[in-house]
Design a protein around this ligand. Structure first.
Ligand code: GDP
Length: 396
């Protein structure tokens, strides 16, 4: 039996937080199959426990009420006051010492429906992992709903996923796509600023596991600093990236709208100049399906392996075409390059004086590799490593 346990992080009692608490509880209830309310058996019942118990009673999902810090049978007496919450069954447990936990777990498991094993994909090919990121209100949840369409939504409860990860899957042209951490984004409802911020951070967590990031922006509002920051996270994470100008239905009448955006992105997010830009409308569905072939191509490039032979040929030619500058009277020597990882492509190049290789020369080499390997839509990382060699001849 596999379970995913999501810790809501705890709720702070007090009136001024009540809206946030509500929103957090709603989120937790939305995501969960079963809810556990952990009460503090040492402190005793608090007014907040009444409130939350009342709220949970309205939930159609099974709720288990646990009274923690009950270290043994002799302390079970302390749980009686919690029956005031109108609960039929209380489970005394000690999270620290394990008392009562197996009894509770037996009950919990007994109530579970057997879950049919969810194949991630019909084929053996693992799904392409996507993260949809962007600031609040740019249309992420509308887009995800469009992408998922009528597809079956599968909640991931596999071990090894981060603990509050709830992913959705969709299928196009016999390919499976896994949208990371979608629960927080798909959820609708009015939430206050603080929670919105929390959900941005939560959404960004999807970047940690994704291969391709869909960075959503609101075309009707133009590019904001926060958009650039979020795009920067995707860049730092080294994932493939598609820039989506959503709400294009609102700006499509403006002449040159796309050119203006392109220019702005080139200036403000130059680091992502390899990322394709798509204009679309999650509201009308216009061009949403175009995302998939673009993602496929990025993913192909992202996973690409360049042979050492090819790589060194490219480097050799590039160095011959534009030789590296002199350093302390002698020319910089590039000895050997090899791809050490894919997803994203990472290349190590051995040089006699790595520190002396100017940023612009490294960029030149990266561009040459891009051009020759046709890896034009993904980040390529080239690191330079020291290699002193008098015997071996360099590429130049
Ligand atoms: P999220 O906070 O990024 O998940 O954004 P939502 O998907 O909740 O969308 C925020 C608002 O923008 C909602 O009122 C949507 O109906 C609206 N919206 C989303 N996509 C589009 C679009 O393509 N065009 C227009 N006109 N409105 C959109």
């Amino acid at each position: 039996c596999e379970l995913t346990i999501v810790d809501t992080g705890g709720f702070i009692a007090g009136d001024e937080f009540s809206e946030e608490i509500r929103a957090q509880i709603d989120m937790a209830l939305d995501d969960a199959d079963i809810v556990l309310l952990l009460l503090d058996g040492k402190r005793g019942i608090s007014p907040f426990d009444h409130e939350i118990a009342a709220l949970l009673r309205t939930s159609p999902k099974p709720v288990f009420f646990l009274v923690n810090k009950i270290d043994g049978e002799e302390q079970e007496i302390h749980i009686s006051e919690f029956y005031q919450l109108g609960v039929e069954t209380l489970f005394p447990v000690s999270a620290e010492h394990g008392y009562g936990v197996s009894t509770f777990m037996d009950q919990l498991v007994a109530g579970l429906d057997p879950v049919e094993p969810e194949a991630e994909s019909d084929s053996d090919v693992p799904p392409i992992r996507l993260a949809v990121v962007g600031r609040p209100n740019v249309g992420k949840s509308s887009l995800i709903n469009r992408m998922l369409g009528e597809d079956r939504v599968v909640v991931s409860n596999r071990p090894g996923t981060t603990r509050d990860a709830v992913d959705s899957f969709c299928f196009r042209n016999n390919k499976c796509y896994r949208l990371m951490d979608t629960a927080g984004i798909r959820r609708k409802g009015k939430v206050r600023r603080k929670i919105e911020k929390f959900s941005v951070i939560k959404a960004l967590k999807g970047l940690e596991r994704c291969e391709v990031a869909l960075v959503v922006m609101d075309a009707s509002e133009g590019i904001t600093d926060q958009d650039i920051t979020i795009a920067g996270y995707a860049y730092d994470r080294g994932c493939g990236c598609v820039l989506l100008l959503n709400k294009w239905d609102l700006v499509s009448g403006q002449p040159d709208a796309f050119k203006v955006f392109q220019r702005e992105m080139q200036i403000r997010a130059k680091f992502l100049n390899y990322a394709p830009v798509l204009t679309l409308s999650a509201l009308t569905g216009q061009r949403v399906q175009r995302i998939f072939p673009v993602v496929d191509e990025i993913h192909r490039q992202y996973s690409q392996r360049i042979t050492t032979g090819q790589l060194n040929r490219i480097m050799q030619e590039a160095i011959e075409r534009t030789p590296p500058p002199y350093y302390r009277g002698s020319r910089l020597r590039f000895y050997y390059a090899t791809q050490i990882a894919a997803k994203p492509p990472r290349i190590v190049c051995f040089v006699n004086h790595p520190g002396a290789v100017h940023f612009s020369y490294r960029r030149y080499l990266i561009n040459q590799i891009r051009q020759e390997t046709r890896l034009d839509k993904v980040p390529i990382f080239v690191s330079l490593k020291q290699r002193e060699s008098r015997r071996r001849r360099g590429m130049r």
